[in-house]
Design a binder for this molecule. Structure first.
Ligand SMILES: Nc1ncnc2c1ncn2[C@@H]1O[C@H](COP(=O)(O)OP(=O)(O)OP(=O)(O)O)[C@@H](O)[C@H]1O
Length: 454
């Protein structure tokens, strides 16, 4: 269902610069939508049109099926429902303290003071800023400022959150934390719209992509549709996402074992076909047809990849005892993933899980969770790209504990279950202290999730 639609929007700035022309888009409820395009293509202008900050000279905006009128009540309504986070946080943050900045919107809505206080504190805790609520925003890092700006929008409980270049100028950890936050908000059914030049991010993150070039939408579709179309990419002046480029090179060399276009690192690893024939020098006495014990070599292979070498047969022995050996592999044991929900965090429980020795790797997602874990001096192995890395670890037989909270718990279960469904590999995933039947993904796919938390 489209929550917001535009038809043939045209907008020129007062100085006569034509910024948007003939733009028709449809924003579906609950989706993650990316507008990708070069500098100056009109993304920021379009975003300001989408929440009524700018009024188009031509075309119309339909919000919840109703034509947007530019009178005060309609504008108040659409700006409450569609929040914008600007590219430059300094354009958005102006109050003397973090708390006051986030409180600005709800206070303007004339909410009772206690309600404002409760909402602001809840939001600041959610984005991991409660401890610095009294700091002046201009003393904060770029990542913290971005979270203040996001908090100022989230506190208004909008249906759609638009973020102009949300990851620009952030370090990898800061970018990953913002990404976690966006995924979590989306898990809570918020529609998320972003702009970006980053094709790798758009490809792996979005449900739907619009290409905006020279003021116009030149194409749209799912990430596969858009990024697998070389003509569309050429017209947009964009490059192919790195994962796709690697995949096509693997495919050209006839090394791809499956014809499924990968989106993530675990998926691209799955496409690689391990060699089924190897050359080896074999000792005197070994004959064609013999089975070989690969000894240390087999152990090394078992250690570095998720497949275990189990069966070998000498096919042919050349002069100098160089042999062609057929290798048949089966997967080594696959690890499991347990997710601990910090919404019911108990240090004693976490310490027991750490002390149990059951987990080879521990990761945490979300700023709030990381702050809790850091303050309790717990050592983390994974803090960036936690879900994909956990999948890769599990494929190598390691047991992983992911500590996270709120919507990220279901998001992580969904991502791992999606991987399992696509790859056919079964990773046991469970949520600590939650019955298996109450994990939404597991109801659909009990084969994937039969984790025993006892
Ligand atoms: N306030 C303004 N007055 C006049 N022209 C403007 C104004 N803001 C933007 N423009 C022009 O409108 C066009 C579209 O700009 P816009 O900022 O919407 O593009 P963008 O895709 O968001 O760019 P970027 O990726 O660099 O942020 C550009 O030619 C820009 O110079």
């Amino acid at each position: 269902m489209a929550i917001l639609e535009t038809t043939d929007l045209k907008y020129s700035y007062p100085d006569g610069t034509l910024a948007i022309e003939g733009v028709s888009v449809s924003i579906e409820k609950g989706k993650k939508i990316a507008f990708v395009g070069p500098n100056g293509s009109g993304k920021s202008t379009l975003f300001l049109l989408l929440n009524g900050t700018l009024e188009p000279q031509e075309g119309k905006i339909i919000f919840h099926g109703k034509l947007l009128l530019y009178d005060t009540p309609s504008l108040r309504d659409i700006r409450k429902s569609i929040g914008i986070v600007f590219q430059n946080s300094d354009d958005q943050i102006f109050a003397p303290t973090v708390y006051q900045d986030v409180a600005f919107g709800p206070t303007n809505l004339e909410m009772p003071a206690e309600e404002v206080d409760a909402k602001v504190k809840e939001t600041l805790e959610y984005v991991g800023l409660l401890e610095i609520k009294d700091k002046p925003p201009h003393h904060l890092s770029g990542g913290q400022k971005k979270r203040v700006a996001i908090a100022g929008v989230v506190v208004m409980e909008p249906e759609v959150i638009i973020l102009d270049e949300p990851l620009s100028n952030l370090d990898p950890v800061g970018a990953d934390e913002i990404l976690d936050l966006l995924n979590e908000l989306n898990q809570f059914e918020k529609t998320i719209v972003i702009s970006t030049h980053d094709v790798d991010f758009a490809y792996s993150w979005a449900d739907y992509i619009y290409l905006l070039v020279n003021r116009k939408i030149i194409g749209g579709g799912t990430p596969d549709e858009v990024f697998c179309d070389p003509d569309m990419l050429k017209d947009a002046g964009l490059r192919m996402p790195t994962i796709l480029e690697i995949y096509y090179e693997i495919q050209k060399r006839n090394m791809a074992s499956i014809n499924r276009v990968p989106k993530t690192v675990p998926e691209i690893v799955d496409t690689l076909r391990p060699p089924s024939l190897i050359w080896l020098y074999v000792p005197e006495g070994v004959k064609e047809g013999d089975k070989l014990d690969l000894g240390l070599y087999a152990e090394q292979l078992g250690e570095i990849c998720s497949e275990g070498v189990v069966d070998t047969r000498v096919l042919h022995i050349h002069e100098g005892r160089q042999a062609i050996v057929a290798v048949r592999r089966i997967r080594a044991g696959i690890g499991r993933v347990l997710i601990y929900d910090t919404n019911s965090y108990k240090l004693k429980e976490i310490k027991e899980l750490f002390a149990s020795g059951d987990f080879d790797v521990v990761g945490a997602m979300g700023k709030k969770t990381k702050l809790i874990v850091e303050s309790d001096n717990l050592k983390l192995d994974l803090t960036v790209g936690v879900i994909d890395k956990s999948i890769l670890m599990a494929l190598c037989g390691k047991n992983v504990l992911i500590i996270t909270g709120g919507g990220m718990v279901d998001h992580a279960v969904r991502r791992i279950s999606d991987y399992c469904k696509k790859s056919g590999v079964m990773i046991n995933v469970g949520v600590f202290n939650r019955e298996q039947e109450k994990i939404p993904e597991c109801k659909e796919s009990t084969r994937v999730c039969n984790f025993d938390t006892s």
